[in-house]
Design a protein around this ligand. Structure first.
Ligand code: HPA
Length: 268
């Protein structure tokens, strides 16, 4: 599956791409900053899962960002769309086959930490996989990694250091915290959010954890950012809607874009 998809994409591009970027809900604007773009639609790639979520276009963008060769995913697939966990991680494995060794993941999330404001950007220091499933369940694919991959440094300390330095230069008050990944598609209940806070989570979302597990399995270094799109359930009087998630993405996408560009520019 993965090999066939990667072979198809290789006919459209030249050479390896070491830096991969997965753009989350409403954050695909970053791809517009990619210079000399080559687009490859997911729908044209054999065996490739196509995103149906709002705010996701569904294509790879290959090109240059901050002077570095990058491959961006404008849109991703989620477990809640009905894809198997194995399908959700196909894009990460395809990127591995295209040469990616460093992966930047972005997402929109609900803020659990009471000191977070809507519009804040959180550097993900670690995650809690609360989806109830691990994408590596099943026969291990030894071509990608070992049976029991280590997750002690799931989010690269070196890349996090770089991100903090870039944020400081930009005078951006970058938050830091733990992302808890749930299956969705229903938002959480207020009781779940209180429980997650007790567990040590700072932000909650419906993506990222499976991709990051797959990326660690195949020995990529990972950096992750969450855009706090709303206060998590029960923390404000408002009901949660996907529209506010998309709207805040549009409003703050620029800041996230600048930060990711700066980090890419600093990468070796
Ligand atoms: N919960 C889960 N996923 C989300 C949220 C949330 O509050 N906001 C954006 N994605």
């Amino acid at each position: 599956m993965v090999i066939k998809a990667a072979e198809f994409i290789k006919t459209k591009i030249q050479g390896d791409y070491e830096i991969g970027i997965i753009c989350g809900s409403g954050l695909g604007g970053l791809c517009d900053a990619v210079e000399n773009p080559i687009y490859v639609n997911y729908a044209d790639i054999p065996n490739f899962p196509v995103s149906t979520a709002p705010g996701h276009i569904g294509r790879f963008v290959f090109g240059t960002l901050a002077g570095k060769k990058v491959v961006c995913m404008q849109g991703r697939v989620h477990y809640y769309e009905g894809y198997t966990p194995e399908s959700v991680i196909i894009p990460v494995r395809v990127m591995k086959k295209l040469g990616v060794t460093k992966l930047i993941v972005t997402n929109a999330a609900g803020g659990i930490n009471e000191s977070f404001e809507v519009g804040d950007i959180m550097l993900i220091t670690d995650h809690i996989n609360f989806t109830g499933i691990n994408p590596l369940v099943g026969k291990n694919d030894d071509r990608f990694g070992v049976r029991f991959p280590d997750m002690s440094y799931a989010y690269s300390p070196e890349m996090r250091e770089t991100a903090l330095k870039c944020a400081e230069k930009m005078k951006l008050d970058l938050r830091e915290g733990v992302y808890i990944g749930c299956s969705g598609p229903s938002y959480e209940t207020p009781a779940e959010i209180r429980a997650f806070r007790t567990l040590g989570a700072d932000a909650v979302g419906m993506s990222t954890v499976m991709e990051v597990i797959a990326a660690n399995h195949c020995k990529m270094e990972v950096l992750g950012f969450s855009l706090v799109a709303n206060k998590a359930a029960g923390m404000s009087k408002n009901r949660l809607t996907e529209q506010e998630v998309i709207d805040i993405g549009k409003e703050k996408a620029n800041v996230m874009q600048k930060l990711v560009c700066a980090v890419v520019g600093e990468m070796q």
